[in-house]
Design a protein around this ligand. Structure first.
Ligand SMILES: C[S@@+](CC[C@H](N)C(=O)[O-])C[C@H]1O[C@@H](n2cnc3c(N)ncnc32)[C@H](O)[C@@H]1O
Length: 345
């Protein structure tokens, strides 16, 4: 996934004391490709070497990439494990059409579906499952998708354009509390009151229908960020995208299904870019490891069951080389969970 445009994410500035730096990506910098006409992906996968190394620890027959995107991780997995078969989901049909056509071969099975519905797949068991959360560079760079505040386009922001509300419809009709959740909680915008008031005042006007007029509205109501030079619209765009796609809800629904779909010894890898996503992943992994989820966890130690273990002592972060080559990777956090080799009785 990518953080919001401009690279700021809610997880920046968090305490990273337990995090470790991954070796540079399996994908060489030279593979950073900008292709014409959107026929091929420009997305550079994040922490691909660490994902492949983790998946190498178990059996290597069946993998699931829940977020195919530009196919960077999918390609790395297929290349690293020559005998493996890979199922790949994406809510975005465009990603599947582009990347699916390129990777189409006997070992690759693309599926247009939200990963929250991974239990609907014909194959039910995997040795490795990956979620690389959020949006891809391909989506961000496509003006007509409405993710970018730099490119003028309709305010859409849906990964799956066949269902749900566009961002414009959301801004036009969301109840006050939902707008606050999007701007304050998902966007972590400190001046959320001003933003919510400005959105509500702009209802019924063309300002809420296209990216650039909406970004201009945000720039008028938000103070400029002289220190970081990050566009004032960044956080709000991120928050609205997360709300429109119900990203946290999809993740919460998917995580238990992913655990159930792991074969013994299988590894679940989640790359997140937002503190709320990372917290959800961390809490699930701790709970599945038989640990207290947090200081409010009232369960007795003897009531907690270890279904597996977390790999590593904390999140894995990209190293300086990867951040230099792919600045959008800088707020990525990879967490890994390995299911027990022995099934619980
Ligand atoms: C960061 S990109 C993945 C990039 C990919 N790993 C690569 O290396 O090219 C995230 C992708 O996940 C998709 N996505 C996000 N949430 C999803 C969900 N709940 N279900 C299915 N796909 C989702 C987006 O449409 C996007 O294409």
């Amino acid at each position: 996934m990518l953080p919001a445009e401009g690279g700021v994410t809610a997880s920046e500035g968090e305490n990273c004391a337990m995090a470790s730096r991954a070796p540079s990506s399996a994908v060489p910098a030279g593979e950073v490709r900008r292709r014409e006409e959107g026929k091929e992906s420009v997305h550079v996968p994040v922490l691909a070497a660490a994902v492949v190394a983790a998946f190498g620890q178990g059996r290597r027959e069946f993998f699931l990439d829940g977020t195919l995107g530009g196919g960077g991780h999918a390609r790395a997995i297929l290349a690293a494990f020559p005998g493996t078969e890979l199922w790949a989901m994406d809510a975005d049909r465009t990603a599947l059409e582009r990347t699916g056509a390129e990777l189409a071969q006997g070992r690759f099975h693309p599926i247009w579906e939200n990963f929250a519905n991974l239990d609907r797949l014909a194959r039910r068991e995997f040795d490795g499952i990956l979620f690389d959360l959020g949006l891809s560079s391909d989506q961000l760079d496509a003006a007509e998708r409405g993710f970018s505040f730099r490119l003028d386009g309709p305010l859409d922001m849906r990964f799956d354009r066949s269902r749900g509300q566009s961002a414009a419809e959301f801004l036009q009709s969301a109840p006050h509390e939902e707008l606050i959740r999007a701007v304050r909680d998902h966007g972590e915008e400190p001046h959320w009151r001003r933003v919510v008031a400005a959105i509500e005042a702009a209802r019924g006007t063309a300002t809420l229908t296209r990216t650039v007029p909406f970004a201009d509205l945000l720039r008028r109501v938000l103070p400029p960020n002289f220190r970081s030079h990050i566009d004032p619209a960044t956080r709000v765009f991120q928050g609205i995208r997360i709300a429109v796609n119900r990203e946290l809800e999809m993740l919460e629904r998917a995580l238990p299904k992913a655990l159930a779909a792991l074969r013994p010894g299988g590894v679940l890898a989640v790359i997140s870019f937002h503190s709320l996503e990372d917290r959800a992943v961390k809490q699930h992994f701790r709970s599945w490891s038989g640990l207290a989820v947090d200081c409010h966890d009232g369960r007795y130690a003897q009531d907690r069951v270890a279904l597996g273990k977390q790999l590593g002592s904390g999140p894995i972060l990209p190293d300086a080389g990867e951040v230099r080559d792919n600045p959008r990777s800088r707020s990525a956090r990879l967490r890994l969970f390995q299911k027990n080799w022995e099934e619980e009785l």
